[in-house]
Design a protein around this ligand. Structure first.
Ligand code: SF4
Ligand code: SF4
Length: 381
């Protein structure tokens, strides 16, 4: 087996550049509970949708404007250019507990890693994927927000020990956290592998992990009292603060990036990102990259037959069998897919990236997980 080393280190030469809000936002609301209607007039920071899970944050509009269209996938807002925002909430004066968690969730923060006490807190400061330098940039330029986010997280979790995992050789520190240097190679930036490297255990109990992007967003909410309305993304090697709902088309135009017919545009990173369906899709909360893959350089994934080469099994860091899982999913045998390790997969995307037949292995895996989750929720209801 030939193993390529995917380095996570990037060169940083600029700060974070703001992308101005466009004239129209397209907020993705698929599988969310809508809280805005067509014709509604919104102020920047108003809630437009909530997640059905009690642990995931609400979604807010990034600019003042009027809702001009709503469908299952998205909510379109014609921006007015006004500068008003919703009233800030004084999060820092609140006591740790259920009320604070509810408030943070209402401000767009995902609270699954902040809810309840834990012995160990691991801050994942590695860049999430090759070519994405968001974590490195935030560690360099977002000290105040990180400090504030960490104070709040520690108040809520009360960990006995806090670790900051960074690329080996980095000398970055955060107050109250022990810095641990890790090899900056993909997939060792993924949360389960970072936790294993820091604690020496696989999926240890009483341990929480928060990446620096989420910690930074939490810190900004604490400092400003305002909801999450933007995300930091690496695009063509530089980092931008992008209002949520900004269409891909707008980003491509503003940054003068050309897309040819047949190219694949990916939101997220090159391994775990998702190819977008339309250039009018809006950027989502938590998106950390935008990549254009030329059809001439890398052929698109396709529903080709597996040739049993075994490469995906050799590449898989979770030691599961992606080829067998994908075959089960093709025939909707989701329970069978679980027996081949579906739930141990942490979606690194290495199997799909290395598949000689270009099978959409990661897509099959995500599809199966969604189907099983939906089935479980329907049974509980
Ligand atoms: S995405 Fe593929 S390679 Fe990665 S953990 Fe899951 S099955 Fe293994
Ligand atoms: S890498 Fe692709 S072709 Fe090879 S065994 Fe895995 S799924 Fe089959």
């Amino acid at each position: 087996m030939f193993k390529i080393r995917y380095s996570l280190d990037c060169e940083l030469d600029n700060g974070i550049t703001d992308i101005k809000p466009p004239q129209e936002l397209n907020v993705q609301v698929r599988n969310l509970v809508l809280k805005a209607k067509k014709g509604g007039v919104l102020t920047k920071g108003d809630i437009v949708a909530e997640h059905p899970s009690s642990m995931l944050g609400a979604h807010h509009v990034a600019s003042c404007g009027k809702v001009t269209a709503v469908n299952y996938h998205s909510l379109t807002v014609k921006c007015s250019g006004e500068e008003d925002t919703v009233e800030p909430v004084d999060v820092r004066s609140m006591n740790a507990g259920a009320e604070l968690l509810r408030t943070l969730r209402g401000l767009g923060v995902d609270v699954s890693q902040l809810s309840g006490k834990a012995e160990t807190l691991v801050i994942n400061g590695l860049n999430p994927e090759p070519g994405v330098s968001v974590a490195q940039q935030i560690l360099r330029d977002g000290r105040e927000e990180l400090h504030e986010g960490l104070c709040l997280a520690r108040e809520l979790i009360s960990p006995a020990r806090t670790f900051l995992a960074v690329s080996q050789g980095e000398t970055i520190t955060l107050p109250g956290a022990e810095t641990v240097g890790l090899r900056a190679r993909y997939p060792y930036s993924l949360d389960p592998l970072v936790v294993r490297a820091v604690t020496g255990k696989e999926f240890p109990e009483h341990t929480r992990v928060i990446d620096v992007m989420a910690l930074y967003a939490l810190g900004r909410v604490a400092l400003t009292g305002l909801p999450v309305t933007d995300t930091i993304m690496t695009i063509s090697g530089r980092n931008y603060r992008v209002p949520i709902g900004t269409t891909i088309n707008h980003l491509l135009n503003v940054l003068n990036i050309k897309v040819e017919s047949g190219d694949t545009v990916v939101l997220g990173g090159p391994f775990r990102g998702e190819a977008i369906y339309s250039l009018y899709d809006g950027v989502k909360k938590g998106d950390y990259g935008l990549f254009v893959t030329s059809s001439k350089a890398i052929p698109a994934v396709q529903d080709a037959a597996c040739i049993n080469c075994g490469e995906c099994v050799l590449q898989c860091p979770a030691r599961v069998q992606p080829h067998l899982i994908s075959r089960c999913v093709e025939y909707e045998l989701f329970d069978q897919a679980e027996k081949y390790g579906l739930n141990s997969c942490f979606e690194c995307g290495l199997c799909a990236f290395n598949c000689f037949a270009r099978r959409p292995l990661l897509q099959y895996i995500r599809f199966a997980k969604t189907q099983l989750r939906t089935k479980a929720e329907a049974t509980q209801a």
